[in-house]
Design a protein around this ligand. Structure first.
Ligand code: C2E
Ligand code: MG
Ligand code: MG
Length: 379
């Protein structure tokens, strides 16, 4: 019931306006030989005070009217200009993104994944980037969300996978002494696309990438949809020999049974927990709880979003073996990562200016190894 200014009528309440229109159609209309009862499909469009949008308002009212007709008529449909602008903005982003993909203007950045204690790089995560000089930078999460909605993520995701596998193979040939693992994000729509596992298999074949060095990261949202189908795709991926990681763990539905039921190898603690870890006196118990739980199930753990030495030290003392975050390195172009690798040949990459923390012996790490062995011997 937001006040709406109508030309020449002052301010009218939204509901009042609709009631007036309804009222006008209650009585039959007299025609020459009797009367005619008609209904109306009404499209209403609104804008806030001071918004000079008359053309857009007429267009939106028209769109709303057709929505009302599609509902079977005799009803109202309303478009709020701000919502419409938002969706038309997303519409334009989607169109530009498709053009950028077709024009090979998308890119991949790589963020090192390191041993928490000493910053030794053991892998990288591939992150989609769209650096278009002609438009404002757009957040990767927004881009992925839009591509997920219109389905473009299926092709874009395959491109990210192939491009990053090729880059990783180049680095491996240049530095066979310190081969990196590669993590690639996969969204629910990609996972449930027909033949996703064979797409991955084909990419591995085309690029010569070792499946054991590839981790596919997915969030718990994959479990919302068709669980039988999800389970069978995850099984097919495991048969290829790739590893699976649960990304942003702890933010979603976090059903602990997922961890046991699904063939996951790695848990990535969401960066929100790491950011909060030292905020309360005594710290947040979540990172330790997740780490111990995951180790108890024989899974590896990666802390995401480690930004400070204090957070790093805390994760070392908890026994979380791997980390990723601005403290160690920000995502960087492939060429920059190659330069880092070239800077310390034969030693793997130890990021500059990082002190080495000495981990307390962690019983949970030892039991994780034992559990993993047990799981492997059962399989
Ligand atoms: P994610 O997979 O959880 O990736 C980690 C995100 O955290 C990245 O954001 C990374 O730049 C950011 N990050 C890393 N360290 C820090 C830190 O210390 N502090 C803070 N504040 N942030 C940090 P980015 O690159 O914007 O990506 C956002 C999300 O977009 C990713 O989250 C992933 O879910 C999705 N995404 C990225 N690339 C792809 C892709 O190729 N395919 C799909 N399906 N999703 C992708
Ligand atoms: Mg990820
Ligand atoms: Mg994450």
């Amino acid at each position: 019931q937001r006040p709406v200014r109508q030309p020449g009528q002052g301010v009218v309440q939204r509901g009042v306006l609709e009631a007036r229109i309804d009222h006008a159609f209650v009585e039959p209309f007299p025609v020459r030989h009797g009367s005619l009862h008609i209904t109306a499909s009404v499209g209403l469009a609104f804008a806030g005070p001071g918004e000079d949008v008359s053309d857009q308002l007429v267009v939106n009212a028209d769109i709303a009217m057709y929505q009302a007709k599609r509902r079977g008529g005799a009803s109202h449909a309303i478009i709020d200009l701000r919502e419409a602008l938002l969706s038309s903005d997303r519409f334009h982003i989607a169109a530009d993104l498709a053009a950028a993909f077709a024009g090979e203007r998308l890119d991949v950045a790589y963020q090192p994944i390191v041993q928490t204690s000493d910053g030794l790089i053991t892998g990288v995560e591939a992150l989609l980037r769209w650096n278009d000089p002609l438009r404002e930078p757009i957040r990767t999460t927004t881009m992925v969300e839009i591509a997920e909605q219109n389905g473009l993520i299926v092709q874009v995701g395959e491109w990210v996978l192939e491009r990053s596998c090729r880059d990783r193979e180049t680095w491996r040939r240049q530095h066979p002494e310190s081969p990196l693992t590669l993590a690639v994000n996969v969204s629910p729509r990609q996972l449930l696309a027909p033949d996703f596992a064979s797409t991955v298999d084909d990419v591995l074949e085309r690029t010569g990438m070792d499946p054991a060095a590839l981790t596919l990261e997915m969030t718990e949202s994959i479990f919302i949809e068709d669980n039988d189908r999800t389970m069978s795709v995850l099984g097919a991926l495991k048969k290829l020999g790739v590893r699976l990681a649960l990304d942003d763990f702890g933010t979603g539905y976090s059903s602990l049974s997922y961890l046991e039921q699904f063939p996951v190898d790695i848990v990535k603690i969401d960066q929100g927990f790491i950011a909060n870890i030292l905020l309360k006196p005594g710290g947040s118990p979540m990172p330790a709880a997740i780490t111990h739980l995951a180790h108890g199930l024989g899974l590896n753990v990666i802390a995401e979003g480690v930004e400070t030495v204090a957070q790093r030290d805390e994760m070392v003392s908890i026994g979380c073996e791997m980390s990723q975050g601005y403290y160690y390195a920000r995502p960087m172009p492939g060429a920059a990562l190659a330069d880092c690798l070239g800077a310390s040949p034969g030693q793997g990459l130890r990021l500059p200016s990082l002190g080495t923390a000495h981990p307390r012996p962690s019983p949970s790490t030892q039991s994780a190894v034992a559990n993993r062995r047990r799981r492997a011997s059962r399989a």
